[in-house]
Write a protein of this length. Structure first.
Length: 76
């Protein structure tokens, strides 16, 4: 995880505990957790939307190729 080992994470938590105190840490943890959840949800939605757009574009290209082929073939 980002090249951070256990000692680094413990140091970060101790510094956060000293700076913010034991009362604020759970609240901050929940806020960070919610933010990460929303970020993941947003990236998931963006990924789904891009996939949907890509699929629609492929359908349009296929449809236009079929239409062009019909125009090129002489009727008869």
């Amino acid at each position: 995880m980002f090249g951070l080992g256990t000692p680094e994470l413990i140091l970060i938590l101790v510094v956060a505990l000293i700076i913010f105190g034991p009362r604020k840490l759970p609240e901050m943890g929940r806020a960070i957790g919610r933010a990460l959840k929303e970020f993941r949800k947003g990236t998931q939605e963006l990924s789904e939307e891009l996939t949907k757009m890509e699929t629609e574009e492929e359908k349009e290209v296929t449809t236009s190729k079929v239409t062009e082929e019909k125009k090129e073939k002489p009727a008869g």
